[in-house]
Structures are given as C-alpha cells and as structure tokens.
Design a protein around this ligand. Structure first.
Ligand SMILES: *Cc1c(COP(=O)(O)O)cnc(C)c1O
Length: 482
C-alpha cells in the first residue's frame, strides 16, 4: 500500500473516540450502544474504502474531522428514526398516492388507538359468546350509507376487483369497453388483473365510442359479466360515448349476467358545489342496479386503505365463500378506522369538517390566502432575505385517480433564493425535519396551502430554516466582499 494511503487511514478516529465526541452525544443517545457502534463502524468502513479507491496523488494531506463528524451525526440520526416517516405535503395534490393518500379523521385515529391497544370483538360475537365474523361490523353501516343489500371489505380496491372477477367470472368471459381498458397508477392494469383472475377479456366498441349494442352483440354462452371501469386518471374528451351503468344493468338482467362497476374513488358526497366535474357517487352506482360496485377506502372516501365491495346479496354471497377472501381480508386497524370514518358521513356537514380529504377540497380560497400570508410573515421574520417569498394563485388537484385533472383554485408561496437553484432548494426541503415535498413550477418552488394539515405551519417554517441555515440572511452582506 502506498504510504499516502496509510497515512490517511491512520487519521481515521477510533470508534470509542467518536462515541465520546461532544457534538455527537445527542445522536448517540438516540440508539442502544451496540447499534451506535455498528453505525459508526459502517461509516468508518465506507470511508476506508473510499480512501483506498483513490489514486494516492489525489488524496488530501489531511482528513477533515468536521466533515466526518457531520457524516457520523447524520448516519446516527438516520438509524434512530423510522424509515416510514411523516412528511408535509405542499404539492397541492390532495390524494397523493406516493404520500399515503388520505389523512385520517381524528375519530378514526382514536378508534385505531383503542383497537390497537386492547383486545376487541374482531371475530367474536358478544351476544352469542362465540366466534363471529370480522365482516359483520361494517356491513350494516355500508348498506345504510349506500343503499346496497350487502357489503364486504378487503385490503384495497385492486383486491376487491380481483376477488369479484375470480369468484364470478373465472374461465368465462367478461365484456368491457375499449375506452375503459386503463392502467391506474401503481400498475393496476385492468387486462392484467383480469388475466390473473382467470377471466377472459372481451373488448368491445372503440377507444372513444361504445354503444349498448356493442355489448349485446358480444354476449355468448361463455359470458359471465359486463364490466364498467371508472377511467380514473384518464379522460377521453370530445366525440365520445359510454353506456350508462343503468342501461348496462338492464342488459345484464335480460341475459342473466353479472354487472359490475369498478368505481375507484368511492365518493359518497356531491362535490359539484366546489366547481368540480360531477363524480358518480357510490349511492348512484348502487341505485343504477349494478350487482357489484367496488371502491377504494383511501381516496375520496377519506379513510384507511381498503377495498369496499357493495352490491346485491346473491353476488356478495359468492365472494363470502371464496377461499381468496381469507388472503385479502382487512386487518382490525383498517376496520376500526374505516368504521369511524364512515360514521361521520351520517352528518354530511361533520364529514366535511372532520374528514381531512373532504375538508381540504372544501376549504375556501380566502382561508388559504390568509394562511399563505401568515406563513409568509413567519418566513420573512425568521429567515430574513435567505429566501424571496411571493404569494401566488395556483391550482391544487384532487388526485388519486379521482377527478384527476380537476383543478381546485389554490394559493401557494412561491420561493426562490438568490443563493440556490429551485431544484437545490426543493431537494434541501425534502431532507429537512420534517421533510417537505413541494412542487417546482416555472423556476420557483411552490408550497401549496390547500394540502397543509393543522399544525403544519410552524413545522414548515422550521424545515425552511433548516434548509437555508447556511445561507446569508441578507443579500447585501453576501455581495459585499470580505
Ligand atoms: C384507484 C383505483 C383502483 C385501485 O385501487 P386501490 O385501492 O389502489 O387498490 C382500481 N380501479 C379504479 C377505477 C381506481 O380508481
């Protein structure tokens, strides 16, 4: 080995000395001793490899202890915190699948806490004193809210669709419009799901136009189901035609076929008053006569991840006895959160206040503007001129494959810095505590007010302070030569 390598390697501190560094005490205290030692060894080993990789003539004469210390602190803090972390959603996309879709109502969180902490009636019938069904708790509630005869809850809507197709159309044909053969975010592709379930896909109509007669002509002795799929994050505009669910249901009844709609977002309330395109509600789909309607629990419904199947008693009965149901069953925390969320819908005004997804859609523009002004004042007070903060009008989105293109008017803070590119600022905010995810638009970083939660404002200021801590707080000072 080259002596220049050896010299630098010798400068690496010993584990015990690192553990004693005053600057690292807080980070070290966050972990059991043995774990802290492991993390330090790992960083040292990486450093050693890095030194040896470099040609000797490229090596610096000295290690910089401050840089190593900083690296150690970061590695220790990262090891102490959970991998799955909260973030502040400043993207303006309300149902953001990458950021966990819906935030839960307090009532749902309280029920999850109780059910998680204690034993429960999950599969116990208190009246009879014997085994009960986990599906019994929510069925009545779901039927009351939607008008369905029967209901079932599974892990997510993809599982719901898969179960329905497997139980009712395996080895038989399912007729679907070409305009609805969509891929929905997160690789849910209707043709693939159908193939997995064993159902055979029969495409009818064209991409833009499908008529009732297209379905009718495709019916054979092998047909099991007529399927309608909400195209979700995809729109065909202009010269278009789809068959309404009620007409499809009547056709299905005439031929003795199952009729199902994968509705996706699971909206239980009318959102048209917020200027949004009318989204078919679950109640409307059930009333239109479908045998089965499937929806997600964590999109517009605003609950935990779940798949909800609603429909006629006979159709749902086939699902109840299917062996797949056991593999797709929801856990008790999901059921607890979903039940509490659904109960809020009995009082619609309360639902709009307490279910965050609905509250974010309903929040009036002046309230968002007031919030933006408050935040701008706080940022200017605390960060001086490290950032240039402007208030701008922008568009938030519902997201999550529901009303995807629909713009909700919103207000954002537009940030720029004389010292950082917008991309660098955006990256620094993602690394702050708590991490903040914003949106880059026309060379500015936008922080949309519509998707902020209660209590996010001070944390946002804290994250901005962290992200800009090394910048001069006055532009004039940075331009004056030392
Ligand atoms: C979102 C969506 C799905 C997938 O639902 P998950 O709950 O994410 O499994 C399926 N179909 C439609 C129409 C959707 O909008």
């Amino acid at each position: 080995m080259d002596p220049r390598h050896t010299r630098l390697l010798r400068q690496l501190p010993k584990v015990d000395d690192i553990l004693r560094l005053p600057a690292l005490q807080e980070a070290v205290a966050g972990l059991p001793r043995s774990r802290a030692v492991e993390v330090i060894r790992r960083v040292l080993a990486a450093r050693r490899r890095e030194i040896l990789r470099q040609p000797p003539e490229m090596l610096p004469p000295q290690l910089e202890p401050a840089v190593l210390e900083q690296e150690m602190a970061q590695a220790l803090l990262a090891a102490a915190r959970p991998a799955l972390r909260r973030v502040i959603n400043a993207t303006g996309v309300i149902i953001h699948t990458n950021l966990g879709r819906s935030c839960l109502a307090e009532a749902a969180l309280e029920q999850i806490l109780v059910l998680g902490r204690h034993y429960s009636t999950l599969e116990y019938d208190l009246a009879a004193g014997r085994r009960g069904s986990r599906q019994a708790h929510l069925e009545g509630l779901l039927c009351e809210l939607t008008g369905a005869e029967a209901a079932l809850v599974v892990n997510n809507n993809a599982a719901a669709v898969f179960l329905c197709l497997s139980a009712l159309a395996k080895d038989r044909e399912v007729i679907i419009s070409r305009g609805q053969l969509v891929e929905i975010g997160g690789s849910f592709r209707m043709p693939d799901v159908m193939a997995m379930s064993g159902a055979r896909l029969v495409e009818v109509g064209t991409t833009n136009k499908t008529y009732l007669t297209d379905y009718e002509r495709a019916i054979t002795s092998q047909t099991a189901m007529l399927l309608k799929v909400h195209p979700s994050n995809f729109r065909i505009r202009g010269f278009t035609r789809e068959v309404p669910l009620a007409e499809l249901s009547a056709l299905g009844r005439r031929y003795g076929l199952w009729v199902m709609e994968d509705l996706g977002s699971g909206c239980l309330v009318n959102l048209a008053r917020f200027g949004l395109e009318p989204e078919p509600t679950v109640q409307e789909a059930v009333a239109a006569g479908a045998d089965l309607v499937t929806v997600s629990g964590d999109k517009l419904l605003g609950g935990p991840q779940a798949g909800i199947i609603l429909g006629r008693r006979e159709a749902v009965q086939h699902l109840r006895t299917h062996p797949l149901l056991r593999a797709l069953r929801p856990d008790k925390l999901t059921l607890a959160g979903l039940e509490a969320t659904l109960r809020l819908y009995f009082d619609e005004a309360r639902a709009f206040q307490e279910i965050p997804t609905l509250a974010m859609i309903a929040r009036p523009l002046p309230e968002l503007a007031a919030r933006a002004r408050r935040l701008r004042r706080a940022v200017q007070r605390r960060l001086g001129e490290r950032l240039v903060v402007e208030l701008v009008e922008t568009s938030a989105r519902v997201g999550g494959g529901s009303l995807p293109e629909e713009a909700l008017p919103s207000v954002a803070l537009a940030l720029t810095s004389p010292h950082l590119s917008p991309e660098e600022l955006e990256a620094r905010l993602r690394r702050a505590e708590p991490p903040v995810v914003g949106r880059l638009e026309r060379d500015r970083l936008l922080l949309d007010m519509r998707t902020l939660g209660e209590g996010d404002l001070p944390l946002l200021v804290q994250a901005l302070e962290q992200a800009t801590a090394d910048l001069p707080s006055s532009c004039a000072a940075s331009e004056t030569p030392e």
